[in-house]
Write a new protein. Structure first.
Length: 221
């Protein structure tokens, strides 16, 4: 099963029906606009216009702006994060774990183009309105399992002892979501103008996997 197909199954498809469809369109519009111009810079009227409904419909489905943001976080962002990270619990091999993580992150970004920019604007940036909510609801056992797996591999002499297991999580995000979020910037640099998302995905996977497999390959050889 491909990473993209697995994510679709994990997150699920929206329910059908006129009312549900309008609500889903509003969440789609909010996701795109929040990623594009930030939550603080997006008005209810702009969300309604992008979704093709009246501002009154936004209040009908979500009562107010805070409830809309909360719905987006719980129905779009958190399910996507969990779908990307939950499979790490099924592995105790660092290389396969990292390869799967990279593939699922890029699959998620392909399915949800708003993800990288929203992550950078509203979670990483100081004052981001989704940071506290994500930290409150994030299942840290995913990250803890990754840390413990790296630590165990170091104990077996399979991984460079200078790598810090606590920072592997940051390395994964820094090599995947960050370059995707600033894609508009690196497309303006002449030497990077023809770099594609596939190039970034291939580079991130090779960089992370090689960093955690080279020492083991030397031992096996």
């Amino acid at each position: 099963m491909t990473a993209a197909r697995s994510l679709r199954r994990s997150i699920g498809r929206p329910r059908q029906g006129t009312a549900i469809d309008a609500r889903e369109r509003l969440l789609d519009a909010a996701s795109a606009l929040f990623a594009e111009q930030g939550i603080a810079g997006t008005t209810i009227a702009a969300i309604a216009a992008k979704a093709g409904v009246t501002p009154a419909m936004v209040h009908y489905y979500f009562t107010n702006r805070d409830h809309l943001v909360d719905a987006l976080a719980h129905e779009r962002l958190l399910p996507t994060v969990n779908a990307v990270w939950a499979p790490v619990l099924d592995s105790n091999d660092v290389v396969s774990m990292l390869r799967g993580l990279v593939q699922r992150i890029f699959a998620a970004a392909e399915m949800h183009p708003w993800l990288p920019s929203l992550w950078l604007r509203e979670i990483v940036s100081e004052g981001g309105q989704l940071r506290a909510l994500l930290l409150k609801n994030l299942r840290f056992e995913y990250v803890l399992h990754l840390v413990n797996t790296v630590t165990a591999a170091q104990g077996r002499g399979e991984i460079d002892p200078h790598l810090d297991p606590r920072l592997v999580f940051m390395s994964v995000l820094g090599n995947t979501l960050l370059p995707l979020a600033v894609g508009g910037l690196w497309q303006q640099v002449p030497v990077l103008q023809h770099v594609t998302r596939k190039d970034v995905a291939r580079h991130a996977e090779a960089l992370l996997v090689n960093a955690f497999s080279r020492r083991r390959q030397r031992r096996d050889g």
